[in-house]
Design a protein around this ligand. Structure first.
Ligand code: SF4
Ligand code: SF4
Length: 436
């Protein structure tokens, strides 16, 4: 199967369109300075805008392209990886470079990997683990089933390798291997069982979605696991009757929805299969009257928008042939695929919950700091950044922060510990499970 993953050279015409204006440093929806809000975790941590924020990254791309910058310089290599690929900068940029910013950052990382220098040393362990165990957490495959222990005796979960099911619950490596995040698949499975959903899991045979590899620039490893998954999905559709793939991980969701479409056979292999996030699936059931909340939860709650279920799913329009403005002109953005309203509607429907918004939300959400390989490559920075987001949640007076990504869940939990906050983190599935 062919994969159409662009090289940095393929994207050259786009990164030269960055005007180095610096607009991408801050969110302007709050008014002119000093009312703007910081939006770039890299800029917030490292300061000097030309170096680490998006306009710096465009300059890096030009330097790599004309040969004046090389990955032999370890400081330069590290600067390319000091970015959560959150897309905050992309949301602010207003010129023709806008639709292409994260893909240029990732294309630079692919160059770094091809050169032999990238990714960062700790991230190399992730990739090696994917090669050895099909997950980035260095856990043997059987550990992937640990989260199912509480279900084994009383309510066993269907093994889709052996039995048919309409829904494949694609758990994801973070929910499977991370002890904190295991609460997410457990809550999801409990909800599905309570609602009588016909679902199954791949168990030990589940293979990483490849998001980690793609974000740190290892296209070969991404292609290996993604091809494997597409073949599995196609086989499960034909042999086990799978019609819907539900994932509770924002990273897996983004990868399957947006990275897998780069496969030449994507349409054919995914024909008849719908991919949805758990929250989309449950929102649909709520609208149909099948998901009803019974219990009061007297909580004050705020919501963190994960980048991967938010602005990463933006759809940009570009004038392809020059008929509207000029060839390559950015002409608009559409947010219909971003999961902004559904989680909020579910939270607000839970009896007793009082919902409060943080300052930076939806397209202006402030990244938890864990994405783009940062949680592994620069653990300290990821934790510090998560602490900033927790503080923003505390400023609302909320006692709980809810999100829909096991990765954000873990990193924000670490951030709360780091600043000694009493804020507790919950995945929305946990809250739904408690309210049923
Ligand atoms: S990425 Fe966009 S907003 Fe940022 S400096 Fe370049 S043109 Fe300006
Ligand atoms: S993707 Fe996020 S961290 Fe990276 S430069 Fe843009 S705003 Fe900063």
């Amino acid at each position: 199967m062919e994969w159409n993953i662009p090289s940095l050279k393929d994207l050259e015409r786009y990164f030269w369109r960055c005007t180095a204006c610096g607009t991408c440093r801050s969110a302007y929806d709050y008014g002119p300075p000093p009312f703007t809000r910081p939006i770039c975790p890299a800029g917030t941590e490292f300061g000097f805008e030309g170096y680490y924020s998006s306009k710096g990254k465009a300059a890096f791309a030009r330097g790599i392209s004309d040969g004046t910058l090389t990955f032999e310089d370890p400081e330069f290599l590290s600067a390319v990886y000091k970015c959560t690929v959150c897309g905050g900068c992309q949301n602010q940029c207003q010129v023709d470079y806008k639709p292409h910013i994260p893909e240029v950052i990732e294309a630079m990382r692919r160059e770094a990997v091809i050169s032999g220098a990238g990714p960062m040393p700790a991230q190399k362990n992730l990739i090696q683990s994917m090669k050895n165990y099909n997950n980035p957490y260095q856990g043997p495959r059987r550990v992937r089933m640990d989260w199912t222990r509480p279900f084994k005796k009383t309510a066993p979960i269907k093994d889709i390798n052996k039995e048919p099911a309409e829904v494949l619950f694609y758990v994801g490596c973070t929910g499977g291997f991370n002890k904190t995040a295991q609460a997410v698949p457990q809550a999801t499975a409990r909800i599905f069982q309570k609602l009588g959903i016909d679902f199954g899991i791949l168990g030990e045979n589940e293979v990483c979605c490849g998001s980690t590899a793609m974000r740190v620039g290892d296209a070969e490893e991404f292609k290996r696991v993604a091809t494997n998954n597409l073949e599995t999905f196609q086989r499960l559709h034909a042999d086990r009757g799978v019609k819907t793939i539900v994932t509770s991980c924002a990273g897996c969701f983004r990868a399957i929805k947006k990275d897998y479409v780069l496969a030449s056979e994507y349409e054919k292999m995914m024909n008849g299969i719908e991919v949805v996030h758990t929250i989309q699936y449950l929102h649909r059931l709520m609208k149909e009257g099948r998901l009803k909340f019974q219990k009061q939860l007297p909580w004050k709650v705020t919501y963190h928008d994960p980048c991967h279920t938010g602005r990463h799913l933006n759809k940009f329009s570009v004038d392809k042939d020059g008929s509207q403005l000029w060839e390559g002109a950015y002409v608009g953005v559409e947010e219909s695929e971003c999961l902004y309203d559904m989680p909020r509607e579910i939270i607000k429907a839970i009896p007793g919950v009082s919902f409060v918004e943080m300052d930076r939300i939806r397209g202006n959400s402030y990244c938890c700091g864990g994405g783009g390989g940062v949680m592994t490559g620069f653990t300290d920075w990821a934790g510090r950044n998560a602490g900033l987001r927790i503080q923003e949640g505390m400023d609302t007076g909320a006692e709980k922060m809810v999100s829909i990504c096991p990765f954000c869940y873990f990193n924000l939990t670490e951030g709360a510990k780091r600043i000694g906050s009493n804020m507790t983190l919950h995945d929305l599935t946990e809250v739904i499970d408690m309210a049923l």
